[in-house]
Design a binder for this molecule. Structure first.
Ligand code: HEM
Length: 425
């Protein structure tokens, strides 16, 4: 396959996944890793093997008996912690939960398009030439966040608090910006062990879990027929049957849906728009498709290419459930690996000329929604939200240009902007 990409040789002894140059453009470094060290131990901050080639990443995601979310995870968590969510569970428990929850999410997103449209319309600014607009804070975050609140069935006043807590958990995931960095200063934080970081996330997690659990005790804050109410109904219906689904499962899964269900969409709205504006021919094709009401023909390809080019979830963790070889490296039971889907999506073995943004390409092999048993349950929501966001930006917003350099968020596990300013013309 054709590959015109450039390569950057990383400093292997001091590889820093938070280095600003790497965060802003990790792809030349990924290329070097794919060609030279496809499975590489990242000591700093992560203490895990990072896996860069498409073939290896896919193998990890497709072999869930070897690559698990948690070693020994068939058992329930101890110390009164929440039960494991769909996202965090393995094996039979995962299969059972997925069978229970997938139909409920499907039911919760029936007729979602009109809701997304009206939220998007409400965010269109009444701007005059010269005005600024922060696309992330004023559009790309509220649109998917309010859409998710609707799907979960959480009323606005309660959702605001949940949203703030979700942001804290997401920040805590990033050693460069998270709780530890704020509490003890960035320099000291960098020498912290991963265990401390996990503990910090667990604390933020607990606060969010408590808030969501409290919400279940105020049913007037929950809309009937939507995801959380449907899960509560399932608890009632399953009493006295062999279905094992309790109110703790409702909290745990509400939490993981809140965490999984909007900020990734925010990211791809930002990167997708910038990538489109940087490719005038593609922009013209998308614009005319909207004008001619034929966007449904090209949108699946546009969405896939936006997801491939900059995967919003860049890295997916797993643990080895047994000693095993991966990409020629022996990984011991219990060791952690980080499957770098952002790199796999740019692998020339699968995608021709992978560093070119091409909305007409064949995106078979795309890994941005994961693969195998844990493949994203909410992909359909993104497939509805992103085209509506693009249509709104290109046909309802006053003409605009991107102002200055957008600012990347600093967590290598994700890819997106924290600040993306538009200036109206
Ligand atoms: C751009 C948007 C999104 C992206 C890129 C994305 C990406 C992903 C990825 C990569 C996984 C697999 C994680 C793994 O293998 O460990 C995943 C799982 C999941 N996603 Fe998404 N997601 C998006 C939107 C959503 C939305 C809108 C929802 C729901 C409202 C959602 C709910 C879930 C759930 C519940 C899982 C766990 C599935 C399982 O473990 O069986 N996601 N997502």
């Amino acid at each position: 396959m054709k590959d015109d990409s450039t390569t950057i040789v990383p400093d292997l002894a001091n590889f820093d996944a938070h280095a600003p140059a790497f965060i802003s453009d990790p792809y030349p470094t990924y290329k070097w890793f794919r060609e030279n060290e496809p499975v590489f131990w990242v000591e700093k901050d992560y203490q895990s093997f990072w896996v860069f080639r498409h073939e290896d990443v896919k193998q990890v995601l497709d072999t869930p008996d070897i690559w698990v979310k948690e070693v020994g995870s068939e058992s329930e968590p101890q110390n009164g912690a929440l039960t494991k969510s769909l996202f965090a569970s393995d094996g039979e428990r995962h299969e059972k939960l997925r069978g229970l929850l997938a139909p409920l999410l499907k039911e919760s997103i029936v007729d979602l398009n009109s809701t997304i449209f009206s939220i998007a319309e409400s965010l269109v600014p009444a701007a005059k030439p010269g005005d600024d607009f922060n696309l992330i804070a004023e559009f790309a975050q509220p649109l998917p966040s309010h859409t998710l609140a609707h799907v979960l069935g959480v009323k606005h006043e309660s959702w605001e608090k949940i949203e703030q807590l979700v942001e804290k958990v997401i920040l805590a995931n990033d050693p460069a910006r998270g709780k530890l960095a704020r509490g003890v200063g960035g320099g000291a934080m960098l020498s912290m062990r991963l265990g401390a970081l996990v503990a910090a996330i667990a604390e933020e997690y607990d606060v969010l879990g408590v808030a969501l659990h409290a919400l279940l005790e105020v049913p007037d804050q929950l809309l009937p027929g939507k995801m959380i109410s449907l899960m509560v109904d399932l608890v009632e219906k399953s009493k006295g049957t062999d279905v094992d689904f309790t109110i703790r499962d409702v909290s745990a899964n509400s939490m993981s849906l809140s965490l999984a269900g909007y900020f990734t969409t925010t990211h791809v709205m930002g990167t997708g728009l910038v990538n489109l504006l940087n490719h005038p021919q593609s922009l013209a094709a998308v614009r005319s498709a909207f004008e001619e009401n034929s966007s449904s023909d090209i949108m699946p390809g546009v969405v896939n290419e936006m997801l491939r080019y900059d995967a919003p979830i860049h890295v997916i963790d797993r643990f080895a459930n047994e000693d095993t070889q991966l990409g020629g490296v022996m990984i011991k039971k219990g060791q952690k690996i980080a499957a770098v889907v952002g790199s796999a999506n740019r692998d020339a073995e699968v995608f021709e000329n992978p560093d070119s943004f091409n909305i007409s390409r064949d995106t078979t092999g795309l890994l941005s929604f994961g693969h195998g048993i844990h493949q994203c349950l909410g992909a359909q929501m993104l497939r509805q939200e992103l085209p509506i966001a693009l249509e709104c930006l290109l046909t309802r917003f006053p003409p605009f240009e991107i102002e200055d350099n957008p600012i990347w968020q600093t967590d290598p596990y994700f890819r997106g902007y924290t600040d993306l300013k538009l200036r109206f013309k």
